[in-house]
Design a protein around this ligand. Structure first.
Ligand code: CA
Length: 351
């Protein structure tokens, strides 16, 4: 690396990491109980069967760091030059749990734990609301509490909800509350639903390597193609991991969407007020979590605009300080770099 990593803005910008994960003990216990019961879906069995039990150095580090909202995390941020972190309860949150009462309690108490950490480190930590989207009425109340009482900055939903998607009618109150409360909706991946996973576990491709992007981009496209952003034109959808690949494909996605609309091929797809380029440049925000890769970041900036692309590390799943140095050295303008690392996050999360 060409330079030392320090906090405090010595390079002309603060570094704000926007997709950083924590867990609570009761959340991980509940997920592992589900895995051990054999009743989890295949995606959860694959992911948490591994992350929850593997003795490897990487997974041991991840488990320890997920559960820490104190000095370990602050030390890791200091060592990597990360000034501020936007924190969310790790995927899958509580949305795979079979017991709604348990899910609501873990989400609510997780929000309280995160709030306490944000109060302890007010210039370092910022909160995202955890909800239990399988219970939309509870989720709407928790979104209100999260915004108005806890002072949180968005909500993370971990993609499919037991195989269901946010464009389905039962979830409309959640979308409406995000729009009404001006809370960005971050859709983060989780293990694929049984309806989609096919042989991806057998192929070793179900997780962050590939399956995540397939399922999460599918979720996002369901929202983009069914008029959600005509109903809620101010709603902001956030996607990590290089916007789950969508910017690279946008011309083809839009071309085929328009062709499908013209031919009336799919009854579900109705004409929208705008094309997909418009929604991607008006209602979608991207982070580069897990993808410190110049060509991808430059493509996102070119396709979506320099105001819509933000830095994320994906701590503790991908903690490599040298990747921060690579992002400092990105071949983009100084003004774009300040937007990428700092001011876009301040604007969209209202920090
Ligand atoms: Ca993540």
């Amino acid at each position: 690396m060409s330079h030392e990593l320090k906090t405090g803005g010595d390079r002309g910008y603060l570094r704000i990491a926007t997709e950083e994960a924590f867990a609570t003990h009761e959340q991980l216990d509940a997920i592992m109980d589900l895995v051990r019961s054999g009743h989890a879906d295949q995606g959860t069995m694959s992911l948490w069967g591994f992350y929850g039990t593997s003795p490897s150095e990487r997974t041991t580090f991840i488990r320890e760091r997920l559960l820490d909202l104190g000095e370990l995390r602050i030390g890791a941020m200091d060592a990597a030059g990360i000034d501020k972190a936007v924190l969310a309860m790790t995927s899958p949150g509580v949305q795979n749990l079979p017991d709604d009462e348990q899910a609501r309690g873990i989400a609510r108490r997780g929000n309280d734990i995160l709030k306490a950490a944000c109060e302890k480190y007010p210039d370092r930590f910022y909160g995202m609301i955890a909800v239990a989207p399988q219970d939309p009425a509870f989720s709407v109340e928790e979104l209100k509490r999260g915004k108005e009482e806890l002072g949180f900055h968005g909500v993370q939903i971990n993609s499919h909800i037991k195989g269901h998607y946010l464009d389905e009618e039962q979830f409309e109150p959640i979308l409406k509350a995000c729009a009404d409360l001006d809370l960005p909706l971050y859709i983060h991946p989780q293990g694929l639903p049984d309806s989609m996973i096919g042989d991806m576990v057998g192929a070793g491709l179900d997780g962050a390597i590939y399956g995540f992007a397939v399922e999460t981009s599918y979720h996002a496209l369901r929202l983009l193609t069914t008029g959600v952003f005509d109903r809620y034109p101010n709603l902001q959808l956030m996607l990590g991991h290089g916007c789950e690949g969508l910017p690279y494909m946008l011309y083809r996605l839009n071309y085929m969407h328009q062709a499908g609309l013209r031919s009336g091929r799919y009854p579900r797809l109705k004409p929208l007020q705008h094309d997909l380029f418009h929604y991607m440049r008006t209602n979608v925000l991207a982070t580069n979590s897990g993808l410190p890769f110049g060509p991808a970041i430059k493509t996102m900036i070119e396709v979506m605009g320099e105001d819509r692309v933000m830095y994320a590390m994906d701590y503790p799943y991908q903690y490599l300080p040298e990747e921060v140095g690579m992002m400092d050295d990105l071949d983009i303008t100084d003004a774009q770099k300040k937007k990428f690392f700092q001011t876009n996050a301040e604007r969209w999360f209202k920090l």
